[in-house]
Design a protein around this ligand. Sequence first.
Ligand code: BTN
Length: 261
Amino acid sequence: MPRPMSDPLDAGIVGGLLEALSPRFEIRVRPYCDSTSSELLRQSLPSDGRIVVLATEVQTAGRGRSGRSWASLPGSSLTFSILWPWPHAPARLSGLSLVVGLGLLRAVSALGARSIRLKWPNDLICAAGKVAGILCEVRQPDAVVIGIGINVHRAPEAAVDAAALASCLSGPISRNALMARILEELFGELTRFAESGFGPFRQAWNAHHAYDGVDVCLKGVRDDAYISGICQGVDEDGALVVDTAGGRRHFLSGELSLRPT
Ligand code: BTN
């Protein structure tokens, strides 16, 4: 008989931890689905204004950025998506995924994680590798789906350069507590982002950037062209600023991947 999970995801526990914020969310936990983000992209916004959050233990078709797949481990990963109402123009979403990354970093830090940094555009990394990934998708005209995958207790062996959040903590961590802390953090930050855009988050994001002042090589996602230079953080729109031999250039999220040279 399979052993019961030691830290099962539980919507009631997450709701309880959210306390006063709990009525703002509709939290669902499914044992499996194709992808929590694909599922929420198919769903309507609730008429009562609540924010739908869908978490699962198993994704049969988990998706990462740039058409890659996303691997997770039942009982070990935290895999969920948020259906965030977005009645504004999609152009105003510039920098959203960076704000989500900052929210995640603040949440894991509040729970005791050390030495986690941000890798542009929206990964959380530690010395051992990538701890979390974020995928933001616009569902015109009314919402954006924010997908979050975190390697909490262990990292999937199939995932290249992946590391577990547990390796950055000195004590145990509960996935329910982590999810509640993230939702709390993101609720405040996304509300602020909808009002004021990325600008107010820029300084904090740059303060946690893993490659600030570092020689980097930027590679196009769709072609093999690459550009090298010194990374100068992000600008008011969340674009990566790189001083190249040909002058200063700004790169928008989603177009490029980044590796230290
Ligand atoms: C990346 O770094 O490539 C982004 C990974 C995003 C993974 C999450 S897991 C929950 C949600 N559902 C998906 O299919 N993808 C996102």
